[in-house]
Design a protein around this ligand. Structure first.
Ligand code: HEM
Length: 471
């Protein structure tokens, strides 16, 4: 492949075709691995053309750190993703930029804190939901089942209680339908990655493809969110917020006279969608993938259970305060997130000003793809990067050892807003399940394949069933 680099241009990369860019290179094989292979040819910072749009790919821990951590402000913009652009139009937290992004992000962080994030209250909410989930799991005993929907429901209920002030029953057909819309969207975005990132939004309407289903699903989600907002308007007491939506409505009241205010109805819909969608699929998929990994490696599950028995016992549920005394469990949770890299390419960033990176000049506005998965598989940072091996996060004495190359939530100013909540949920849900049940595969562990079924926006595990046995 001929290089395209010339002095003053973006970093070198594979030669793009007109309109299609480098899309054809990405059509076969696993996307995250293809990008890592391209990095082997072009270096840790290279240019890739997603359709007509160039983007700079950051590969390996050093490049990601030098950009996202050491130049955190400069790399804190959000890059475009065509399929989301059409829906969000730059509104909400995830796909906005500049003052609107900062205002909404800070507001959401503050509101989440008020409703429990980082305090005991949110832990209580998660523990309550864990108890409901355990009951549902208990009811499956003797019958193999696919845990996807139950996990989706449990995880989603936590964010729903913060955002809508409501949790939903595990058999509520309307809610199950919404969860299916989320899964469907995430799956399409993970299977037909090219369409998502690459083509100008104006073209998406004219091209056939599964992205039309994404648009329909988004429209249905929007109706649900709008109904929730309406319900809040009818029942709220101004100044006494019950949840995130009430907080936002209070802020809208306060800024009513301000023509420049970021607190508008449409922004509320988008921000709510961000928290609802962002708070559901990634966490639930991580839990589901975690169960699959533990089915494959029963000796790891058994060791976690032994540690839980010794430190927590079986009478009460594990709590956040136990975490520091559970080094092996903590290492397993980190290793699950590292090994699967649930968002292998993170979300696209954009430069807020001109920058220099690894001898290249990158102009303001350049789109950046942070290949988070490449940090997780970086052989200079992890002793066993390609295998699932909890000792990647343990020292010789069995103490937990953190690692800056671990970045499932992406580092820097734009890091995942729900990282604290997600970590809490992963810990409490997974330990609750393992404390109570032994996990058995339907066929022998040797038959379980940990390769993602889909790779794109997300890495999704193959569908599987498991048996639970009460411990
Ligand atoms: C295992 C679970 C999760 C993973 C792996 C994850 C990962 C990520 C990543 C990689 C980003 C992109 C950061 C960047 O711009 O580079 C992100 C953004 C975001 N996440 Fe999460 N996330 C998880 C759970 C959650 C939860 C539970 C919430 C809900 C509270 C959430 C809400 C968000 C929001 C709002 C953003 C956009 C932040 C911004 O643009 O400023 N995420 N997440």
């Amino acid at each position: 492949v001929q290089g395209t680099w010339k002095r003053g241009a973006l970093p070198p990369g594979p030669t793009p075709l007109p309109l299609l860019g480098n899309l054809l290179l990405l059509q076969s094989g696993r996307l995250d691995r293809t990008l890592m292979e391209l990095s082997g040819r072009w270096g840790p910072v290279f240019t890739l053309h997603l359709g007509p749009r160039p983007a700079v790919v950051l590969c390996g821990y050093a490049a990601l750190r030098d950009a996202l951590v050491l130049q955190a402000d400069t790399f804190s913009g959000r890059g475009a993703m065509a399929v989301f652009e059409r829906f969000t139009r730059g509104n909400g937290i995830v796909f906005s930029n500049g003052p609107r992004w900062l205002t909404l992000r800070n507001f959401a962080l503050g509101a989440l804190k008020e409703f429990g994030l980082g305090t005991r209250t949110i832990e209580e909410r998660v523990l309550e939901e864990a108890t409901c989930l355990l009951e549902e799991f208990q009811a499956t005993i003797g019958v193999p089942f696919d845990p996807r929907r139950l996990l989706d429901n449990a995880v989603s209920n936590v964010i729903c209680s913060v955002v809508f002030g409501n949790r939903y029953g595990y058999r509520d057909p309307e809610f199950l339908r919404l969860l299916d819309l989320f899964s469907d969207n995430f799956r399409i975005m993970s299977s037909r990655w090219g369409e998502m990132y690459n083509i100008f939004p104006s073209l998406l309407d004219w091209l056939p493809g599964p992205h039309h289903r994404i648009f329909r699903n988004f429209a249905e989600l929007r109706v649900f969110i709008s109904e929730q907002i309406q319900r809040h308007r009818q029942t709220r007491q101004p100044g006494v917020p019950r949840d995130f939506i009430d907080c936002f409505l209070d802020q809208m009241d306060k800024e009513q006279q301000d023509a420049e205010s970021h607190f508008q109805e449409e922004t509320l819909v988008m921000t709510t969608h961000n928290l609802f969608f962002g708070g559901t699929e990634t966490t639930s998929i991580t839990l589901r993938y975690g169960l699959l990994i533990l089915l494959k490696y029963p000796e790891v599950a058994a060791k976690v259970q032994e540690e839980l028995d010794t430190v927590v016992g079986r009478i009460r549920l594990p709590s956040q305060a136990d975490r520091a005394r559970l080094p092996y469990t903590n290492a397993v949770l980190h290793e699950i997130q590292r090994f699967i890299s649930v968002l292998p390419l993170g979300l696209p960033r954009a430069l807020t000003r001109d920058a220099h990176l690894h001898d290249y000049f990158l102009p303001k506005g350049t789109s950046v793809i942070p290949l988070l998965m490449s940090s997780h598989r970086d052989p200079t940072q992890f002793k066993d990067p390609d295998c699932f091996n909890p000792t990647n996060f343990l020292d010789d004495k069995g103490n937990f050892r953190s690692n800056d190359a671990f970045m499932p939530f992406a580092p820097g100013k734009r890091m995942c807003l729900g990282a604290g909540l997600a970590r809490l949920e992963l810990f409490l849900f997974l330990t609750a399940i393992l404390q109570r049940f032994r996990l058995l595969p339907v066929r022998s562990p040797a038959h379980l394949d940990l390769t993602p079924q889909y790779t794109g926006l997300g890495n999704l595990p193959t569908t599987f069933q498991l048996h639970l046995v009460a411990r």
